[in-house]
Write a protein that binds this ligand. Structure first.
Ligand code: PLP
Length: 396
């Protein structure tokens, strides 16, 4: 009944998604694992308890439900182990707290997810870590930024909202030569379209809130580590008292089963709309790494197996004073696209992006940046909705 791991290693991605983390033989043949709600785990005798000599010892240290999800993610990431945390943001902050100490220097990509920057500029700085932002296009040039006390290099590709690509392999090689750990926020690509550990990354970070959840109803983060970094990562989560909740873990595992199919659809629809937008007079630029004329497209093509369903475009607007007025008119005319944060769900979303925190990867000057999450709706309907947005923006 249980598939052997070797069979799955050779299987296609959707076959793997259907069977990883799945041991029906352990649960009387039921296809899915039980949702184990647990704090206390009983031991058969005092000696076993003292030595903690059994698989499960306490709710914070894993259950059959969280193990099933971690096993599935390890299979996708090629990682030695995975921790579950309550949000995608915690999947950044927990490893940062685990691997950085007062007096250390951390290099963070300037196109980073904005709440990651907020954490670095407030709590991490307050704890005595010296934070420096670098150009996403730096590549091997990061060597010039390395200091004797550089302990962590954080990458995110493509970058949040503006989608700059990074040469992850080149950065990892330099960082390792200087004894630093490399983290990557890989939420955009998911492990289906990019496997960070294969490119030298030590810690692969995901907001499982996005595509693994897929339905805009779960918050969760995952961090997957190679063998060298796993012990310290796990220790950080245990020390901080952070773990994944049982029902949420179950739902994320459930989401993974259809993630391959959903991503195929998100990818195709987003690419069709991005191409269509790039041909419109009202659009100054489309920021999507799979478009051939996007800077960084070559890196995307070299390293990534696909693109997901979120990208931005720059609305062409003559004067800076009109950026906000035009952007709001566009957004307010949308009927299918919802106005909301986050992404990765089944429904399309739009947001006027704020890039005022950037120090190097600055906001485009041609107009406001509008980010689109392309959901699973029919593309002609989405096009009609965007056309209404353009008409409204032209009229104000
Ligand atoms: C959404 C997101 C996060 C944070 O996820 P939450 O679950 O909302 O905290 C982290 N990184 C990236 C790139 C994201 O898009």
């Amino acid at each position: 009944m249980a598939k052997s791991p070797e069979t799955l290693d050779e299987a296609g991605v959707n076959t793997r998604l259907a069977h990883i983390g799945n041991r029906p033989g352990d649960y009387h043949g039921f296809v899915n694992p039980p949702v184990v709600h647990a704090s206390t785990v009983l031991f058969p005798d005092a000696g076993t308890m003292e030595r903690r000599a059994q698989k499960y010892t306490y709710g914070t240290r894993g259950t059959p439900t969280t193990d099933a999800l971690c096993e599935a993610i390890d299979a996708l990431e090629g990682s030695a182990g995975t921790i579950l945390v309550p949000t995608g943001l915690a999947a950044v902050t927990v490893p940062f707290l685990g691997f950085l100490s007062a007096g250390d220097h951390a290099l963070i990509v300037d196109s980073v997810y904005a709440p990651t920057r907020h954490f670095c500029d407030t709590m991490l700085s307050r704890l005595g870590v010296d934070v420096e932002y670098y150009d996403p296009g730096i590549g091997a040039g990061i060597a010039a930024r390395m200091r004797p006390n550089t302990r962590l290099v954080h990458t995110e590709a493509p970058g949040s909202n503006t989608f700059e690509m990074q040469d992850i392999g080149a950065i990892s090689t330099v960082a390792h030569a200087h004894g630093a750990v490399v983290a990557m926020d890989n939420t955009w690509a998911t492990p289906l379209y990019f496997r960070p550990l294969d490119h030298g990354v030590d810690l692969s970070i995901h907001a499982a809130t996005k595509y693994p959840s897929g339905h805009s109803d779960i918050l969760m983060g995952t961090v997957s580590a190679n063998a060298a970094c796993l012990g310290r990562l796990k220790e950080a989560a245990i020390t901080l008292g952070i773990c994944g909740a049982p029902d949420d873990s179950y739902q994320i595992l459930r989401g993974l089963r259809t993630m391959g199919l959903r991503l195929e659809r998100h990818q195709a629809a987003a690419l069709e709309l991005a191409t269509w937008l790039s041909q419109r007079d009202e659009v100054a630029r489309v920021l999507h790494p799979a478009l051939p004329d996007f800077p960084g497209h070559d890196l995307w093509k070299r390293d990534f197996k696909g693109a997901s369903g979120i990208f931005s475009f720059v609305l062409k607007v003559d004067t800076q004073a009109a950026f906000k007025r035009k952007a709001h008119a566009f957004l307010d005319a949308l009927r299918i696209f919802g106005l909301g944060y986050s992404w990765g769900g089944y429904e399309s979303l739009a947001v006027h992006v704020n890039l005022s925190d950037r120090t190097i990867a600055k906001a485009p000057s041609e107009g406001p940046v509008l980010r689109l999450q392309i959901g699973l709706e029919d593309v002609p309907d989405l096009k009609r909705d965007l056309e209404a947005g353009f008409a409204a923006a032209a009229g104000v």
